[in-house]
Each structure stands twice: as C-alpha cells, then as structure tokens.
Design a protein around this ligand. Structure first.
Ligand code: DCP
Ligand code: MG
Ligand code: MN
Length: 331
C-alpha cells in the first residue's frame, strides 16, 4: 500500500518526514529504488532513536545515515528548511507523479507515462478511463477511501467476520492477519490475510488445490457482502476491496502451503525494512530466507533443502538472530 511518514511520538519526526519525502521523489521521479530504500532506512533508524538528534555528526552514528543525509540534517537544524525539499515541491513533474502514484495500481513508471501523455490530475484520469487497467479503475473509483487509514478496531471486526466465514467452510483453515496490524499498529493501510490448510503443502502437485481453496473463500466473502470488488484473483493470491462501514478498504488474501506457513507469516508481517535486514543477516550466517522457506547455503553457493520450521522462532534460531515479537519488527 502507499505509505506515509511515521506518526509523531518520535523526537526526530520532522527529519523522518523530509527523508521520506526525498526518498519518494527518488523513487517516483528519478526511478531510483536504491536511493528510495536508503532514505527509508535512514528514516527508520532516526525513528527508532529515543532522543532528539542535535547535529548531522550525531546522526551519522546511526545505521544507514551517511554524509549526505548528515548534511541535510545540519541544514534543516540551522535554517529550519531544506532547499532540496523546496525544489521538489516546486517541481510540477514531481507533484503530478506523486499525485498519480497515490492511485492504487499506478506505479512510478505508469505515472510518468500518463504524465507524458498529458494526464496530470485525477480529473484527467476520470476522462481517460479507456487508458486505465482494471486495477487502476478500482483505484480511481475508491481514490478517497483508500487514502484513509484503517483503525485497528475495524480490522478486528473484519478479522472476526473472516474467521467466522472461513471456519464455517472447514475448521482446519489456519488464518493470520499479518502486515502492520500484526505489528500492533493503531492504523493500517490495508488488510493482509494469510490462510493455510493442512491439505495443501509444498509437495501438493495439483496446483488447483490452492486455487480451489482461495476461490471458495473469496466467493463466500463476496456472497456475504464483505468483499465488494476483485482487483485480481490468481492461484495463491487475491487482491481486492472489502467493506463493513461507509469506507471501502483494500484487502489482500494469500493462501500458502501448510509447511511454508511460518516463513509466510514472517514475510507478510514485515516490515519490509525488517525483512531486508533479517534476510541480510541470514545470508551473513550462511542461510537464504524468503517467503517460502529457509535453506542453508552450501559452499558452492547452491542452497540446500528447505529446513523444517515449526514456528517463527525456529527461523530466528537457525540464523542466530535474537527473536523479535511482531511488535518489535516495526523498522
Ligand atoms: N512486503 C515486503 N516487501 C515489499 C512489500 C511487502 O517485504 N516490497 C511484506 C512486508 C509487509 C507485508 O509484505 O509488511 C505487507 O505489505 P503491505 O504493503 O500491506 O505493508 P504493511 O502491512 O506493512 O503496511 P500498511 O499498513 O501500509 O499496509
Ligand atoms: Mg498491509
Ligand atoms: Mn498488503
């Protein structure tokens, strides 16, 4: 989902906000995902720092903060503003691309393409519906709704409903709401539901097994008017829209093999920056970790067989990484 600056209770809130704004500019306009990640990493270090940073020099001691960001922090402390931010905000291309990428289904590349073909506002998108994909049409239809964060209490209600419906089909389904909700956030951008069933494992050769489970679940949630729109529905993943109140919400449902469930909950719980760090740690310790499995790296660089995993803790143990509860994964 589209992200916003981390919310306030952090003493370095303003630094984080400008770093994220520059990072999004790097991604959206310059299409530089490495710079985007670097700025977000620096912002996440600053957000995790318990006290107010008072100089660039002090900031540089934090992970992910280098000379260039340190200079920006000094400029901001000394002048109360940043020339780079002023320039970004004056740049029409940047403003239009930032606006267009707020529509679900429009990424930086598509936003640039639209911009160059003269589409530079939400009204222009409305006038050019024939140029939009099914996903983008839904993004446009719910543009206002999807900008609203989802309060935790609403996700709790949706969770109860999903559990009720899914277990009425078969009480062997295992369901975990992952994403920012599982990390304990008070508000989320979307709802990330992960489901497994013992009848479906990584050695299930019939691909239709997962598809059948997922389609049955989606059809039931549609029948009960919880799901209102489908963006896409594949063999393992549903992307769509649900609604219990007056605002439509983005809903993602994934179905995963039973033996890969813990690697999947770990991945879909995030945060994405936490995942990057944990994977880097795994590699340093001779393992390769992804959303499916954990494998030992052989001396030849070829990964071995997936290791048996019966909890998220197991994964941390194997790679010798101190266990973090979901709420401690908010990097
Ligand atoms: N994820 C990832 N890398 C990505 C995208 C996603 O590792 N590029 C993983 C980590 C995320 C999880 O998937 O936490 C869910 O993705 P979301 O985009 O839904 O992100 P969150 O749930 O963390 O935040 P939001 O409240 O914005 O939905
Ligand atoms: Mg989410
Ligand atoms: Mn999601």
């Amino acid at each position: 989902s589209k992200r916003k600056a981390p919310s306030s209770d952090n003493p370095n809130h303003d630094f984080c906000e400008f770093l994220i704004e520059i990072g999004e500019y790097e991604r959206n306009v310059n299409r530089n995902i490495h710079k985007y990640n670097a700025y977000r990493k620096a912002a996440s270090s600053l957000a995790a720092h318990p006290t107010r940073i008072t100089s660039g020099k002090e900031a540089k001691k934090l992970e992910g903060v280098g000379q260039k960001i340190a200079e920006k922090i000094d400029e901001f402390i000394n002048t109360g503003k940043l020339r780079k931010i002023d320039k970004i905000r004056e740049d029409d291309t940047s403003n239009v691309i930032s606006l267009l990428t707020r529509v679900s289904g429009i990424g930086p590349a598509k936003a640039q393409e639209f911009f160059h073909s003269g589409i530079n506002s939400i009204e222009e998108l409305e006038k050019n519906k024939s140029k939009l994909s099914h996903h983008q049409l839904i993004g446009l239809k719910y543009f206002k709704d999807f900008e609203e964060k989802i309060p935790r209490s609403e996700i709790e209600e949706i969770e109860k409903l999903v559990r009720g419906y899914v277990s009425s089909l078969d009480n062997s389904y295992l369901i975990t709401i992952c994403g920012s909700y599982r990390r304990g956030k008070a508000e989320s951008g979307d709802i990330d539901v992960l489901i497994t069933h013992p009848s479906f494992t990584s050695s299930t050769t019939d691909k239709d097994v997962s598809t059948r489970h997922l389609k049955k679940i989606v059809a039931l949630l549609e029948k009960n008017k919880l799901i209102t729109d489908t963006i896409s529905l594949g063999g393992v993943k549903f992307m769509g829209v649900c609604r219990i109140k007056d605002i439509a919400r983005r809903l993602d449902i994934r179905i995963t093999p039973h033996d890969q469930y813990h690697c999947a909950t770990l991945y879909f719980t995030g945060s994405d920056i936490f995942n990057k760090e944990m994977r880097a740690h795994a590699l340093q310790n001779g393992f390769t970790l992804n959303e499916y499995c954990l494998r030992r790296m052989g001396s030849t660089g070829v990964p071995g067989e997936p290791l048996p995993v019966s909890s998220e803790e197991d994964i941390f143990d194997y790679i010798n990484y101190p266990y973090k509860t979901p709420t401690e994964r908010n990097l």
